[in-house]
Design a protein around this ligand. Structure first.
Ligand code: KIV
Length: 274
């Protein structure tokens, strides 16, 4: 195993080279949407911070990711960028920010780069090649995203595991090869069977980063709020919560509220005197 040097800045070329079959450690990618979140990721040695359009569900209270635009994403990318993380900062291109024209795509991606993103991520396979080419032409590194692509929720008829049938798996494999050939430096595989993720990972020379795609990928990504137990309700099957922070936070707020009501806050030590 090649050990990650956790003080060195993670760059696109370094990340691109991280295939497990060549002895690299699995890539660790986590979402973050603000400066404290980015600092936590960096303190924990995360390799890639994804400022995901999942900010819509996890922070802004929407039920899907279709509700955020390029300006909202730039706002959150900037907040993450201000943490100046060691991790590579990837800004998610929101729905309709890379669908209309190459010019529009480059302009929207440039807004994320100027806000602090070092690369962008977009969803979709071969239908995105022209946009990926335009971004590469503008020197903007692109991470692909295949399988369960949340921006296609209405086309998929819900958030369902993709590529379960042989024909769909073959299309996904062809998409992954096309993305890698077009210059994508990594590919997120979301919500696909483990065998399909393993096949794709073996077939492309750029790292795959899985979420609900089994253990064979070159890395794993989770949503910050899922990992830390900050969301309500039962998490999806692929999530392993490592903490229950919403309970911890509610207990702290409850304790403070009780102190205020009992006249026990603030104390003399917490009070300014003339
Ligand atoms: O927006 C997001 O959080 C993502 C991850 C699920 C990969 O795209």
């Amino acid at each position: 195993m090649v050990e990650a040097v956790l003080t060195e800045k993670v760059t696109v070329p370094k990340l691109r080279a991280r295939k497990r079959e060549r002895g690299s450690e699995p890539i660790v990618m986590l979402t973050a949407y603000d400066t404290p979140g980015a600092r936590i990721c960096d303190a924990a040695g995360v390799d890639v911070i994804l400022v995901g359009d999942s900010v819509a569900n996890n922070v802004l209270g929407y039920t899907d990711t279709l509700q955020v635009d390029a300006a909202t994403m730039a706002h959150h990318v900037a907040a993450v960028g201000r943490a100046a993380p060691r991790a590579l900062v990837v800004g998610d291109m929101p729905w309709l920010s890379y669908h209309l024209s190459q010019q529009d795509t480059v302009r929207n991606a440039a807004a994320l780069v100027r806000a602090g993103a070092e690369a962008v991520k977009l969803e979709g396979g071969r239908q995105r090649l022209a946009m990926i080419e335009a971004l590469s032409g503008a020197e903007i590194p692109v991470m692909g995203h295949l399988g369960l692509t949340p921006q296609s929720v209405h086309v998929m008829g819900g958030y369902k595991v993709q590529a379960k049938e042989q024909a769909a798996a073959e299309l996904l494999l062809a998409d992954a090869k096309a993305l890698a050939a077009s210059g994508c430096f990594a590919i997120v595989l979301e919500g696909v069977p483990d065998v399909v993720a393993a096949q794709v990972t073996a077939a492309v020379d750029v790292p795959t980063i899985g979420i609900g795609a089994g253990p064979a990928c070159d890395g794993q990504v989770l949503v910050f709020h899922d990992l830390l137990g900050l969301n309500e309700g039962k998490p999806p099957k692929f999530v392993r919560p490592y903490a229950q922070l919403s309970q911890v936070a509610a207990a702290a707020v409850r304790a403070w509220a009780a102190d205020v009501r009992a006249g026990a806050f603030p104390s003399d030590a917490e009070t300014y005197h003339a």
